[in-house]
Design a protein around this ligand. Structure first.
Ligand code: ZN
Ligand code: FE
Length: 258
């Protein structure tokens, strides 16, 4: 049984120009999960500094900026990824699919299919610790570009993430928050929650602090891509009573050229 009184320790590691990798660590067993492997050096440095050894590696999707460091880091760790993406991911030890539960670091984690950015992109939710790893699906005030999936598919994926508890920490894959914030303001210039969050983001970035992980409850109030069915947002974009997937598609298209 996982110890419900001891949430897993979460560490954020900046990689490459604007990527994030994450470590999740069980202080009692020493088990350590790495989520995505953009590049090896900063991740190995963090492991060395903490005295941790990887037992598990989770790959969210096949893009090179999430997997290229894997060969240098995998060692004897168990590599977990989507069955649907196994043909283009590095060799997996465990292939998972939507709705499956897998024990990682002593905690039961739920696998969600969040396709849209790519087909086969997964997110993994650790309910006891209140953490979800979303990579390039749900991002802080944004969402990933639709390289492979349709707007309907991404809207469906984001609704699965939106259904998680408000106090969930959202560990997304990139520091795009300031651009996302500027864009969000063009969509909902009168959203007061958004206006105050944009100021907090500017302060954090001026101090070179990461804005990831973010809080899911705040995302629900300020992320336009989670609000495509919100009457205020729909009114703000001149699409009152629109099909939410159509409103989502409209916002995503505007973001592509922002
Ligand atoms: Zn990607
Ligand atoms: Fe990425």
């Amino acid at each position: 049984m996982p110890d419900k009184t001891t949430p897993l320790e979460l560490v954020t590691i900046p990689c490459l120009a604007d990527n994030y990798a994450f470590l999740l660590h069980n202080t009692e067993t020493g088990d350590t999960l790495l989520v995505d492997a953009p590049e090896a050096a900063p991740i190995q440095d963090a492991l060395d500094a903490l005295g941790w050894t990887l037992t598990d590696i989770l790959l969210t999707h096949h893009h090179s900026d999430h997997v290229d460091g894997l060969p240098f880091l995998r060692g004897t760790a168990r590599v977990i990824g989507a069955a649907a993406d196994a043909h283009r991911l590095p060799p997996l030890d465990v292939a998972v699919a939507e709705g499956e539960t897998i024990s990682i670091c002593g905690e039961d984690a739920l696998v969600l299919d969040v396709s849209g950015h790519t087909l086969g992109h997964i997110a993994v939710h650790f309910a006891t610790s209140g953490v979800v790893f979303t990579a390039d699906s749900l991002m802080a005030m944004g969402c990933g570009r639709l390289f492979e999936g349709s707007p309907e598919m991404m809207w469906d994926s984001l609704q699965k993430l939106r259904a998680l508890p408000d106090d969930t920490r959202v560990c997304s894959g990139h520091e795009y928050t300031q651009t996302n914030a500027s864009f969000a303001l063009t969509i909902e210039p009168e959203n007061q929650d958004l206006i105050s969050r944009v100021q907090e983001i500017a302060t954090a970035r001026a101090a070179r602090q990461p804005t990831v992980p973010s809080n899911l409850g705040i995302e629900k109030q300020t992320n336009p891509f989670l609000r495509a069915d919100n009457p205020d947002l729909q009114a703000a974009i001149g699409m009152a009573n629109a099909d939410p997937a159509a409103a989502f598609a409209h916002i995503r298209k505007k973001r592509d050229t922002f």
